[in-house]
Design a protein around this ligand. Structure first.
Ligand SMILES: [Zn+2]
Length: 510
């Protein structure tokens, strides 16, 4: 039986292996000829990672720091001429400081926004990482209000522009130069090496295609220059997905977890997915709940790793290793800080707060001390995978601007409900609406389920009622017993960035 689901925007244009005639991997840049590809390949540091590297992503960062020290006198004076094997944490700190000062000089000269914002800031005043607090923050609202004032290059040098899908507020637009894109491809290629891709491996890319948001192109480009195969399919027609995976000889899958999950749930009743030989699944662009991870791992018989990123910083910013205790970060291109969201003071590694990111190498739209609105903490090295200096990001538990308050002001966010709803093997997707009846908050779940029995309904009500924040609210009589309605499979329109929680209350405490 073929099950075809409604999918928003269904027009992905890339297809298996190919690219021989792709007009542009990164946009309207004209045809990529063999010479250009050879140049990009030569510039990719990912291709210099030795095969015996313990953790390729960290080796890549060390190569980048060591090469910068060779070419930049200011850094060479501090850390000397070191082979990448000899790079230690303190060298990375110096590398990041050097890059940060360079980036400040660059934006003061080239970006109208920062020329104004940093008029009282001197790059040389930033002598240690503790001096970072002297640099003013950049807020998402700054970028949303006047994205063009951030641009540090002319539009003719902008190879590509990304626009955020805007879960809240105005859309934010970010540009990338050719060098920005190559740098992104480099980190993706080394991250893929880190998850074990090599030689003839093929990455199957599973995103539902959406406007102005095309990670598939970047991923396929990274595979191409790194020498891996790639296939892409945006269809949730299970036969079509299976055909592309099998015919391309895919060994790894990357994509949006809600989309992979949906396809997996529908495919697994017809095909033994374990026989398809997928060795690893990479989940990206959405929070991955542990219950969803477990279901995917059981269905495919392989581990599922999480990636975190933001459109403002080119999506691929951090990735899990096999230890799965935090995500390794791209410290060659980004500076990670965590601050107290109320005071803006930096907090030490291990303490949760708001993640603040600084681009260290960006050319088109550099963002300095950008308040991401994501909750996270940093983990100090080392890691059980063998990495010795790379700081890890503890998975954000929810976006601050996607939080809602219920009952006595308890914070709730979508991944909290993903965790419990997807632990029931029948649930394919859901939406939740918050309303108010009298003084009680009412949580109504519209659930797309394979089984619509009373047993499943009771199980969902019990799972949701057991979430601590909800349980307390029910005990205080400020939240009603959760309600569940079922929809047919396919009746709920799937959208990559659909809001899982809709707050329909007229007024509530914030
Ligand atoms: Zn690790």
């Amino acid at each position: 039986m073929r099950i075809i689901l409604r999918i928003c925007a269904y027009n992905l244009q890339i297809c298996a292996h190919g690219f021989n005639s792709v007009p542009a991997i990164f946009g309207n840049m004209g045809a990529w000829d063999i010479v250009k590809m050879a140049i990009v390949r030569r510039r990719l540091l990912a291709n210099r990672i030795p095969d015996d590297s313990v953790y390729p992503l960290e080796t890549w960062i060390a190569i980048k720091a060591s090469m910068t020290a060779k070419s930049e006198r200011e850094l060479k004076m501090i850390i000397g001429k070191k082979a990448h094997d000899d790079i230690v944490r303190s060298d990375i700190n110096e590398y990041q400081l050097f890059r940060l000062r360079e980036q400040i000089r660059y934006v003061k000269e080239n970006s109208p926004f920062y020329r104004e914002r940093f008029k009282n800031l001197n790059a040389d005043d930033i002598r240690t990482l503790d001096d970072i607090g002297k640099i003013p923050f950049t807020y998402p609202s700054d970028l949303a209000e006047a994205p063009m004032t951030f641009m540090a290059v002319s539009r003719t040098k902008t190879a590509r522009e990304f626009t955020t899908t805007g879960t809240t507020g105005k859309r934010k637009s970010v540009g990338y130069t050719n060098n920005d894109l190559i740098s992104k491809v480099d980190i993706i290629a080394s991250a893929l090496k880190g998850v074990g891709m090599s030689g003839n491996d093929v990455l199957h890319i599973m995103f539902p295609a959406v406007d102005a948001w095309d990670p598939s192109l970047m991923l396929a480009g990274a595979c191409r220059v790194a020498g891996y195969g790639s296939s892409a399919c945006s269809s949730s027609d299970i036969k079509e997905q299976a055909d592309v995976i099998i015919s391309s000889g895919s060994t790894h899958i990357i994509g949006l977890p809600s989309f992979i999950y949906r396809v997996t749930m529908l495919m697994s009743s017809e095909i033994d997915l374990r026989k398809l030989g997928i060795r690893k699944i990479i989940s990206t662009s959405e929070p991955l709940s542990e219950s969803m991870r477990e279901k995917l791992q059981n269905a495919w018989g392989c581990s599922v790793l999480d990636v975190w990123g933001m459109t403002e910083f080119g999506l691929a910013c951090a990735i899990e290793c096999d230890v799965r205790d935090g995500l390794h970060t791209d410290e060659a291109n980004l500076l990670y800080e965590v601050v107290d969201p109320d005071t803006g003071e930096r907090v030490p590694d291990g303490t949760q707060g708001e993640l603040v990111l600084t681009s260290l190498t960006a050319e088109a739209t550099p963002l300095i001390r950008y308040r991401t609105r994501d909750i996270a903490s940093m983990i100090s090295p080392p890691c059980g995978c063998g990495s010795v200096f790379n700081r890890k990001l503890m998975k954000p538990s929810g976006r601050m601007d996607m939080q809602f308050k219920v009952g006595m002001g308890y914070k709730i966010y979508p991944v909290m409900f993903d965790e419990v709803l997807f632990s029931n093997g029948n649930v394919i997707d859901y939406r939740m609406t918050i309303t108010k009846e009298g003084f009680r908050d009412v949580l109504t779940f519209e659930v797309e389920s394979k089984d619509k029995s009373d047993e499943v309904r009771k199980n969902i009500v019990s799972l949701v009622s057991d979430i601590m924040e909800i349980k307390d609210g029910i005990n205080d009589d400020l939240i009603d017993i959760p309600r569940v309605t079922f929809t047919d499979i396919g009746a709920m329109e799937y959208s990559a960035k659909a809001k899982k929680i809709v707050d329909a209350r007229e007024s509530f405490d914030v």
